[in-house]
Design a protein around this ligand. Structure first.
Ligand code: ARG
Length: 567
């Protein structure tokens, strides 16, 4: 039963207003003294030509009290509805208990495909924080859309083509060796790349060498392509280690090179439709009318550009996956790029739902951690250090914990993800170990710890094997005190939060939700004995604990965070 909808129906029967308008206007007062639902009558004043408090009175008089309401009260222009707490507890907790990990699952998508382009690191270069953010945000959206009845499809659009490879090959030929690259991996490739940029200052012929190597790649030269393959393999192996830490896999790794042979028909179509114009030898799509600089399609030497590939990627993805939405998750630096690409697609006569999902920067601890000058910060090191620090904390708090390594990884990675997803994505993120690893602040470990606390309570009561089972018959109507009621209300809001997160492409709505849930549980836990309560009440509280545990795990799961049973 949807309480808000039921309240809306009552009002609809008592006033002449359509259900949808009412449902939208209904508020959930932050202060429970003002009701569990409130309906403001201001907006009716104009049409009914009466003062809002009078309208409120009249509607109230026409309302027939249903079973689930304890009272309806007027406060000024508001009609406040108070639900019967015992009824509410029964209803909500039964539902969560029955649906378990599927609570919140909805079919909003009807199986429509959502293609999500995320993570997309650049080969032969270190995986940097921008890629980390893209990975974390993209993966959460992937889970959220799947949960809502869409079919998510993830594409890791690897930066695996372009002039930079000409530079890496030229540098390798001049200063590199097989042994060093095998031993040093991406760091060595990056060292060569950086060295190229230093040396080219004094020796301009290097630029020509790089251009020649890139040209060879484009023409299919075997030796050049073999090097490129090798560099790509080395890079992929290192990225795979990071994806393993996050337990992420991609449905496709169609990188930039995948589009090499797919662009010329697209350029042809642009030409035929009269969108291409020449400018200094280059071919562009003029976007002045749309208040944007022109979109570059072909360089004067005929070479393609980043935008050429992305226009092609949109068309290819539509054809291959027939998406209902296509998302591109990158930093806000690419806002203009995607605005241009999407505009060109529109000018080509397509009406697709395309969405750029931009995010802000991440600031790393200490100035020394930069990727400049070959002083490479490997993401892997940063994550390893994070996990190590958690290991230290666990060693101190719970030295006897089983599977310490696994739990430390789950908590360390959870901390990184939660820290990334705790604010609207467009905001910059502060990477501060001290703050994000605290078990007490607004952190991933705090939420995971709350989940483990639920598990531990249940464990003590019924043993690990039977978690949840014995209290199916609990008298849930006993759960009416303020902390219990508050907790149940939050639990009931989960489905709506997921839908909102998808609608706004904002995983932080789930992070905030699960934080609120964890805090409410801990308040309940502080104020109400569970195991020491009398038998009936104990069962009911265990049931509530079980439901809390279930929903915390489900929410963390959407964010891509594990929920260990013990930590
Ligand atoms: N590899 C690019 C970068 O690191 C991001 C690619 C984003 N995806 C796309 N289809 N353009 O900046």
């Amino acid at each position: 039963m949807d309480f808000k909808l039921e309240v809306a129906k009552l009002i609809a029967n008592a006033a002449t207003l359509d259900l949808e308008t009412i449902a939208e206007a209904i508020e959930i007062p932050p202060n429970p003294d003002l009701g569990d639902f409130a309906f403001p009558c201001f907006r009716l004043a104009k049409t009914l030509r009466k003062a809002p408090p009078i309208i409120a009175q009249e509607i109230k008089q026409n309302i027939e009290m249903p079973d689930f309401l304890a009272s309806v009260e007027i406060a000024g222009a508001y009609i406040n509805f108070f639900v019967k707490r015992d009824f509410y507890a029964e209803e909500v907790l039964r539902k969560i208990f029955e649906q378990g990990a599927n609570f919140g699952r909805q079919n909003l998508g009807n199986g429509g495909c959502v293609v999500i382009d995320y993570s997309h690191p650049n080969m032969a270069k270190p995986f940097h924080v921008g890629h980390l953010r893209s990975t974390v945000i993209g993966h959460a959206l992937y889970n959220i859309f799947n949960f809502l009845g869409y079919r998510s499809f993830s594409i890791n659009y690897l930066g695996d083509w372009g002039t930079q490879f000409g530079k890496v090959i030229a540098a390798y030929e001049n200063w590199g060796s097989k042994e060093e690259v095998d031993a040093g991996g991406i760091a060595e490739l990056n060292r060569l790349y950086v060295k190229f940029h230093v040396e080219v200052e004094a020796d301009k012929t290097l630029d020509e060498q790089a251009r020649a190597w890139h040209m060879k790649m484009e023409q299919g030269d075997e030796y050049a392509l073999a090097l490129w393959h090798w560099f790509k393999e080395i890079s992929m192996k290192e990225y795979a280690a990071i994806y393993r830490l996050f337990d992420i896999d991609f449905d496709s790794y169609q990188g930039e090179s995948f589009y090499n042979d797919k662009m010329s028909p697209v350029v042809e179509r642009l030409r035929e439709s009269g969108l291409l114009t020449e400018s200094d030898g280059a071919m562009i799509v003029e976007l002045e009318e749309h208040k944007m600089p022109p979109c570059l399609i072909l360089r004067s030497d005929g070479g393609t550009l980043y935008a050429t590939r992305d226009i092609t990627s949109v068309l290819h993805r539509k054809e291959a996956y027939n998406f209902v939405k296509a998302l591109y998750v990158t930093s806000h630096e690419q806002i203009l790029h995607f605005a241009q690409v999407f505009k060109v697609i529109e000018l080509m006569g397509h009406d697709f739902e395309l969405m750029h999902v931009p995010f802000g920067y991440m600031n790393l601890p200490g100035g020394k951690m930069s990727t400049r000058k070959g002083n490479v910060l490997l993401m892997q090191d940063l994550l390893d250090q994070t996990i190590d620090k958690i290991k230290g904390i666990i060693e101190e708090k719970n030295p006897d914990l089983k599977d310490k390594e696994v739990v430390a990884q789950q908590v360390g990675i959870g901390a990184v993800i939660f820290n990334d997803l705790y604010n609207s994505r467009i905001k910059d993120v502060e990477f501060s170990w001290e703050r994000m690893l605290s078990f007490e602040g607004e952190t991933g470990p705090y939420v995971q710890y709350t989940h483990a606390r639920c598990c531990s309570v249940l464990n003590k009561a019924v043993g690990a094997t039977a978690l949840g089972r014995p209290f199916a018959d609990a008298n849930l109507g006993l759960l009416t005190d303020a902390a219990e009621f508050e907790l149940i209300k939050i639990l009931n809001g989960f489905p709506e939060k997921i839908a909102e997160a998808a609608e706004k492409y904002e995983p932080f709505i789930i992070s905030r939700f699960v934080m609120q849930l964890a805090q409410a549980f801990n308040k309940f836990y502080r104020d109400n004995p569970i195991l020491r309560a009398e038998e009936e009440l104990k069962k009911a509280r265990l049931h509530l604990t079980h439901c809390t545990k279930t929903v915390i795990a489900a929410a963390l799961n959407l964010l891509g965070i594990k929920a260990p049973q013990e930590m």
